[in-house]
Design a protein around this ligand. Structure first.
Ligand SMILES: [Zn+2]
Length: 237
C-alpha cells in the first residue's frame, strides 16, 4: 500500500528539481545561439573596413591612371619640343608653342588632381587604420564574451549533473506507476506536471476547480488531475 501523501510530497519535490533542470537546459541550449549571434554581429562590423579598403583600391587605380596620363602628355611635350626645331615658318612655330602650352596646362590640372588623390589616399589610410584598431578592440571584447559564455556553459553543466543526481535519488522513492504518469505529463506540458491549487484555481491552467475536486485533493487517497490541463494537483500546506 503506497502512502499517497508521501508520494505527492516526493512529486512536488521532483517538480521543483525538474523546473530547475528545465530552466538550466534552456539556458544551456541558448548559449551556442548567443555565441553565434555575437560572431555575426562582429562580422557585420568588419563590413565597414571592407568598404574602406575597396575605396582605397579605387583611389589608387585612379591615381595610377592619372599618373599614366601625365607621363604620356609629358612624352607628347618632349616630342613637340623636338619638332619645334624642325619647323620652317614663324607661324608653324607659334602654333606648336601654343599646342605645347595647352598640353602643359592640361598637365598642371592633372598634377593638381594627383595631389588631391594623394590627400584622399592618406585620409582613407588613416580611416582604415582607425577602423582596424576599433575591430581589434571589438575582437578582444568578443573573445572575452565568448569565454564568459563558455564558462557559464560549464557551470550550468555541473549544476545540471548535480540536479540530475538528486533527481535520480528521488525517483527511486516514487512509485513506478505514479512516476510513469508524472513523466508523461511533464513531457507533454512544457516541464510542468505538478501544480498547486490556490484560491480554488489550478496553477497550471488557472481554471477554477469545483469544491468536490478540492475535497478529493484534500483527502489524499488518489492522485487528482486537473480536468482541463491534466496536471497533477495538490494543496500547499
Ligand atoms: Zn489545470
Amino acid at each position: 500500500m503506497i502512502n499517497l501523501e508521501e508520494q505527492i510530497k516526493l512529486l512536488v519535490e521532483m517538480q521543483g528539481l525538474d523546473t530547475q533542470i528545465f530552466k538550466l537546459e534552456g539556458e544551456l541550449t541558448a548559449i551556442p545561439l548567443e555565441i553565434k549571434k555575437m560572431e555575426e554581429d562582429f562580422k557585420e562590423k568588419t563590413a565597414n573596413l571592407k568598404k574602406l579598403e575597396e575605396g582605397l583600391k579605387a583611389l589608387q587605380v585612379k591615381r595610377k591612371e592619372r599618373e599614366g596620363d601625365l607621363e604620356s602628355k609629358e612624352g607628347t611635350i618632349k616630342k613637340y619640343q623636338i619638332q619645334l626645331y624642325q619647323l620652317k615658318t614663324n607661324k608653324e612655330y607659334a602654333t606648336m608653342q601654343e599646342e605645347i602650352g595647352r598640353v602643359k596646362a592640361d598637365n598642371s590640372v592633372i598634377e593638381e588632381e594627383i595631389i588631391r588623390l594623394l590627400d584622399q589616399i592618406d585620409a582613407e589610410n588613416r580611416m582604415i587604420q582607425k577602423e582596424k584598431e576599433f575591430l581589434k578592440a571589438e575582437e578582444i571584447k568578443l573573445s572575452a564574451e565568448k569565454k564568459d559564455r563558455e564558462d557559464k556553459s560549464k557551470r550550468i553543466e555541473t549544476e545540471l549533473k548535480d540536479r540530475n543526481l538528486q533527481r535520480e535519488a528521488l525517483a527511486v522513492k516514487v512509485d513506478k506507476m505514479i512516476l510513469v504518469k508524472y513523466e508523461r505529463i511533464i513531457n507533454s506540458k512544457e516541464g510542468l506536471a505538478v501544480v498547486p491549487v490556490r484560491t480554488d484555481a489550478c496553477q497550471g491552467c488557472f481554471r477554477i476547480m469545483p469544491p468536490q475536486v478540492i475535497n478529493e485533493i484534500k483527502m489524499k487517497t488518489d492522485l487528482i488531475f486537473c480536468d482541463n490541463c491534466a496536471r497533477i494537483l495538490y494543496i500547499e500546506e
